[in-house]
Design a protein around this ligand. Structure first.
Ligand SMILES: *Cc1c(COP(=O)(O)O)cnc(C)c1O
Length: 387
């Protein structure tokens, strides 16, 4: 656990910037070289070694935000996750992984692990006891995701970290939904933190990237594997990500505030059946969320009452776009039954509480009133159509 002496906005703005000694420019220069003259043979700078100036410096910002010693930046969230899994799992090893998992991660495990002879168990639920029940003698890693998609369930981070330590098993977390602004799992004892930087770290729906943050020792182990897989991010995009991250705390705090307000508004709405947001007192794990998150985040989902067609409602939204990605400055919605959970049967979706009326909502930075107005007019239009 490494804490900076600086406040969160100062870290976002300044940590890891590269001083432009030559021209004294205000922002970090971009170093695009793939070849660097040796001054010490031991240090070979090369983009795929994750050690170009831009990569090394931005990694410092990510590590500082996550209170870790080290970080690595990848070409995508999945590149980060695959490097994590394939560093700590080899043939004959076993992974315990949360059942409510990002779809791409779930596909990676189910489609690729059998080829490597790696065993895995998806938990039955998201309580610590569900993870404990899945542990085997050859379990080498426990991987969690909290808050989860799309029902925003909360997993007890400290409980999982302690479970891992008791059994001498490493623990990792997908911290994408919370972002380092709202959750720092290392402070609760988790070993490795993974991000899809495509989401909040990038924040403008124009960068695909990923990151891992951990101790020097664990990042060193990951580095040895990751350089062989070759999943680094181009330095042009590293530079873009640095620019985006200067406003990370400003964006995420505003998004979180909007989400809190919108969740209360939706919860009181007669046309809304249920709202899933960890910041609502009605969320079954409100207290747990409060104990491990700095803020409740800007992802939520809600279920429209049966008389409103959820797809028509989304079509009638004008400001809020119906789109696949999340965490950008713009608000977006989608139907999980048509996207992340489309491969499940209706019965399977019913069993985990994902109805056709459920809408996932990634809350942006727009003015709260305009978001509410947009939802109101869309509900009204959908109702009028139904008559
Ligand atoms: C998007 C996402 C990923 C995958 O990241 P990519 O950048 O698309 O590879 C992983 N986990 C979560 C929670 C995500 O939202």
């Amino acid at each position: 656990m490494k804490h900076s002496k600086y406040g969160i906005n100062t870290i976002c703005t300044h940590i890891g910037e590269i001083e432009d000694k030559q021209f004294k420019g205000a922002v970090s220069p971009i170093y695009v070289s793939t070849s660097y003259e040796f001054d010490d043979v031991a240090v070979k700078r090369y983009p795929r070694y994750f050690n170009t100036p831009n990569q090394e410096h931005l990694a410092k910002k990510i590590a500082t935000l996550e209170h870790t010693e080290s970080a690595l930046i990848f070409g995508s969230g999945m590149a980060a996750l695959s490097a994590l899994f394939l560093t700590f799992l080899k043939s004959g090893d076993h992974l315990v992984v949360q059942n409510t998992l990002y779809g791409g991660a779930s596909h990676f495990i189910r489609e690729e692990f059998p080829k490597y002879g790696i065993e895995f168990t998806f938990t039955d639920g998201y309580q610590v006891s569900d993870f404990a029940a899945a542990i085997k003698p050859n379990t080498k890693l426990i991987h969690i995701e909290t808050p989860s998609n799309p029902l925003l369930t909360i997993t007890d981070i400290k409980g999982i970290a302690e479970l891992g330590k008791t059994h001498n098993i490493l623990t990792s977390i997908d911290n994408t939904f919370a972002s380092p602004i709202n959750q720092n799992p290392i402070d609760f004892g988790i070993d490795i933190i993974m991000h899809s930087a495509t989401k909040y770290l990038g924040g403008h729906s124009d960068i695909l990237a990923g990151a891992l943050a951990a101790s020097d020792e664990l990042i060193g182990q990951i580095w040895h594997v990751a350089k062989n897989f070759g999943g680094n991010l181009s330095d042009y995009t590293v530079w873009m990500l640095e620019r985006s991250m200067k406003t990370l705390a400003l964006r995420v705090k505003k998004q979180t505030k909007n989400a809190e307000k919108l969740a209360s508004y939706l919860e009181k709405h007669p046309d809304v059946k249920a709202v899933f947001y960890p910041g609502l007192k009605s969320h079954p794990q409100y207290d747990l969320a409060k104990s491990q998150m700095h803020g409740f985040g800007a992802m939520m989902s809600f279920e429209l009452q049966g008389h409103l067609d959820a797809l028509k409602f989304q079509k009638h939204l004008k400001l809020i776009k119906s789109s696949m990605s999340l965490a950008g400055v713009e608000s977006t919605v989608l139907s999980p039954y048509l996207t992340s959970h489309a491969l499940l049967t209706q019965e399977e979706r019913d069993a985990i509480g994902i109805s056709n009326q459920l809408i996932r909502f990634s809350v942006g930075i727009e003015s709260k009133k305009d978001l509410i107005d947009d939802i109101e007019q869309a509900i009204l239009k959908t109702k009028t159509e139904a008559i």
